[in-house]
Design a protein around this ligand. Structure first.
Ligand SMILES: [Zn+2]
Length: 215
């Protein structure tokens, strides 16, 4: 992420890494307000309460967040995070097993008849087929993030996150994809899944990309 951002010659990037799993997180307290945006690539342990509070304050007051791929799975029991992220999947339960976010977590976002729809009735938790190439459809072409991308475009080898759930408040869907039902029947239900989204939170702005499985 740092390499790509710096190659763009538009950003100065500082990298901060949380303490390793199981270590004391108390020292993790980045000064978010020094930055125009915070790019998070993490599915790690909960941040300390003062750090969470500082991040909420930063975001409510014109902060910027870019959440990449499984970052949306982080922090399932942090309500403000779930609002910032809109919809998300999985997440670690208190017992250490994955799958915290289930059907009680909120609606799924669908794209039907040229508009975003919230779906509270379809059952099922988050899922994804194995990595493969797939077509993405631009839904909000006038958004600056989408500028220059065609109406449909190929995403190389990635996971299609599906049945993400959450508060789904103040979300704009930028792009969707529909997993192939014949090839991936357990993961596809004929719906367009949101892949790229923006969310507003206070005066903060969030870009949420479900893409980015790299290992
Ligand atoms: Zn992944």
């Amino acid at each position: 992420m740092q390499t790509y951002l710096e190659q763009a010659k538009m950003f100065t990037v500082d990298v901060v890494t949380t303490p390793p799993a199981g270590a004391d997180m108390a020292s993790f307290a980045p000064k978010f307000s020094d930055y125009a945006a915070v790019v998070i690539v993490s599915e790690g342990a909960e941040w300390p309460a003062p750090t969470r509070a500082a991040f909420v304050d930063y975001m409510k007051n014109s902060g910027g967040l870019v959440a990449v791929h499984d970052t949306n799975n982080a922090f399932p029991y942090w309500p403000e995070w779930n609002e910032m992220i809109g919809v998300s999947g999985w997440g670690f339960k208190a017992d250490g097993n994955i799958g915290a976010r289930d059907k009680t977590w909120g609606p799924m976002i669908r794209w039907r008849d040229d508009q975003m729809v919230l779906d509270s009735t379809t059952p099922g938790n988050a899922t994804h087929p194995p990595r493969h190439d797939f077509l993405v459809t631009t839904r909000t072409p006038d958004n600056p993030i989408m500028r220059g991308l065609p109406a449909t475009w190929l995403k190389a080898s990635d996971e299609i996150y599906g049945r993400l759930r959450g508060p789904a408040k103040n979300v704009t869907v930028l792009a969707t994809t529909k997993p192939d039902r014949a090839k991936y029947p357990p993961h596809a239900n004929g719906e367009n899944e949101p892949m790229l989204m923006t969310i507003s939170y206070g005066t903060g702005r969030i870009f949420h990309t479900t893409f980015g499985h790299v290992n």
